[in-house]
Design a protein around this ligand. Structure first.
Ligand code: MG
Length: 280
């Protein structure tokens, strides 16, 4: 199943895809639907289909809290960061977690507006995002994937100069529009093994990142189990699971996003998250 949030008659509605049609869900938000017990969800899906091409999609889910993120979770990305910064590569024993403000969430297809007065170094990071489907704490690695509602594409847009200046990554990662996700959430049964998905990012059609989720340092079950240790994860929580090599600031010479750029995150079995960059 593919889940969306779409604009209909001036308001946002949750829905699901049936081929190239969208059916609506009788809940106020997709977050409310995800929070329902799994066996109560089916009767909420209505058969009031309309063409997907006739609706505008929004970010599929908006958690009420920060988005969880993982730093340096692909070896080649950790290497490029250490080379660029001149620091020795030392891999952590546990995942590096940080968060992005929920106000940063943006929609698929949305033009993302940034200010040149705030940052000169807007950068991209293609990531697989996990959406949690049930309330869990201290979940084991063996049971971790049972807590997943689905997967979506995520761009962990980062203002590199702010990330450096403020030391803690939160500020440079949390600017408005710096967390586009979508276009939909795909349920685990459609994904199969989420640890073997091709992931790529293109700027104006030129490939900048290409890898596979098989290259994660900490696998999805390890990430979820580790994050949930002593800390409750709730339905609708989003975990962005790290980016592979090929980010802008580590390229030689460094590259940053410019006004008018088109950025695409593509993940196998999910689809393409497209956004245009507007820098004013
Ligand atoms: Mg990231």
């Amino acid at each position: 199943m593919r889940y969306v949030t779409f604009e209909h008659e001036g308001r946002l509605r949750p829905g699901y895809l049936d081929g190239d049609r969208v059916g609506s869900i009788a809940c106020s938000t997709l977050l409310e639907y995800i929070t329902l017990p799994a066996d109560a969800r089916e009767k909420k899906r209505l058969n009031d289909f309309q063409p997907l091409s006739s609706v505008t999609l929004a970010a599929p889910v908006r958690p009420n809290k920060n988005i969880f993120c993982v730093g340096r979770n692909y070896l080649d990305h950790a290497l490029e960061v250490s080379q660029q910064s001149g620091r020795e590569l030392k891999l952590p024993d546990v995942p590096t977690f940080f968060t992005k403000a929920p106000t940063a969430i943006a929609s698929p297809g949305e033009t993302l507006e940034f200010s040149s007065k705030v940052s000169r170094e807007y950068d991209w990071e293609a990531e697989l995002a996990v959406v949690i489907g049930s309330r869990v704490k201290d979940v084991s690695e063996a049971a971790a994937l049972d807590a997943v509602f689905g997967y979506t594409c995520f761009n962990d847009l980062t203002a590199r100069d702010l990330q450096r200046a403020h030391v803690q990554w939160f500020k440079g990662k949390s600017l408005d529009s710096a967390a586009p996700m979508g276009p939909w959430i795909v349920s685990p049964d459609e994904i199969g093994n989420a640890q073997e998905l091709a992931i790529a990012l293109r700027v104006n059609g030129v490939e900048k990142q290409r890898s596979t989720t098989a290259n994660m340092i900490f696998s999805l079950p390890v990430l979820i189990a580790s994050l949930s240790k002593g800390m409750t994860l709730e339905p609708g929580d989003v975990i962005a699971t790290g980016t592979p090599e090929g980010v802008g600031f580590a390229r030689k010479p460094p590259e940053f996003l410019r006004d008018g750029d088109d950025v695409e995150v593509e993940i196998e079995k999910i689809g393409v998250l497209r956004n245009r960059i507007r820098i004013i």
